[in-house]
Design a protein around this ligand. Structure first.
Ligand code: HEC
Length: 153
């Protein structure tokens, strides 16, 4: 067999092997919204950790939270970083290290008290792209918390 044919066969075999490797690679490892997430966010002070969402979960609070999350939050709405599914996969332009919190991961979210979420939304998480939304009223933050918790329900 001419040498050219051998290299053609080897080439095809290599392509096949790379495809097999790619297909067998678990998609969970490729996904950015992994769960549980490696989380190094500072812990809120004790008086915050004891806070419980004072707003009733109803259509009004949920819808208000949804509007803030999807479009109204200034200067950048939550959806751009946390994604439409809340899994931390937003607009590729806003990808960061550490990645945005995956709100759809129940394992991570159920460990986080309402007051922890409140504290980070108001003050931000230092040295990450999660900046402080200091212009929100308390009620707006609680509405957002109702909204982001539904991603893991
Ligand atoms: C520019 C990107 C960006 C935007 C916009 C953004 N976040 Fe985040 N958010 C992050 C990142 C990155 C983290 C992870 C921070 C960390 O690991 O400490 C995070 C973490 C969080 C956390 C997790 C707190 C914790 O203790 O684990 C909450 C809650 C949160 N964001 C809520 C929001 C809400 C609500 C909005 C919209 C009002 C929002 N974020 C907008 C990037 C963003």
């Amino acid at each position: 067999m001419p040498l050219k044919n051998y290299s053609l066969i080897i080439n095809k075999a290599l392509i096949l092997v790379s495809w097999l490797l790619l297909l067998s690679y678990p998609s969970s490892l490729l996904a950015k919204g992994n769960c549980p997430q490696n989380r190094q966010t500072p812990t809120a002070p004790g008086n915050f950790l004891n806070m419980v969402n004072p707003l009733p979960f109803n259509e009004k609070s949920f819808k208000s939270g949804e509007k803030l999350y999807l479009e109204q939050a200034k200067p950048i709405a939550c959806i751009f970083c946390h994604g439409v599914k809340g899994n931390g996969e937003g607009d590729p332009d806003f990808e960061s290290t550490p990645p945005a919190r995956n709100f759809s991961c129940a394992q991570t979210m159920k460990q986080l008290p309402d007051g922890q979420l409140f504290w980070i939304i108001r003050n931000g998480s230092p040295n990450t792209s999660m900046f402080a939304f200091s212009n929100f009223s308390d009620d707006q933050i609680w509405q957002l918390i109702h909204y982001i918790r539904q991603f893991s329900k």
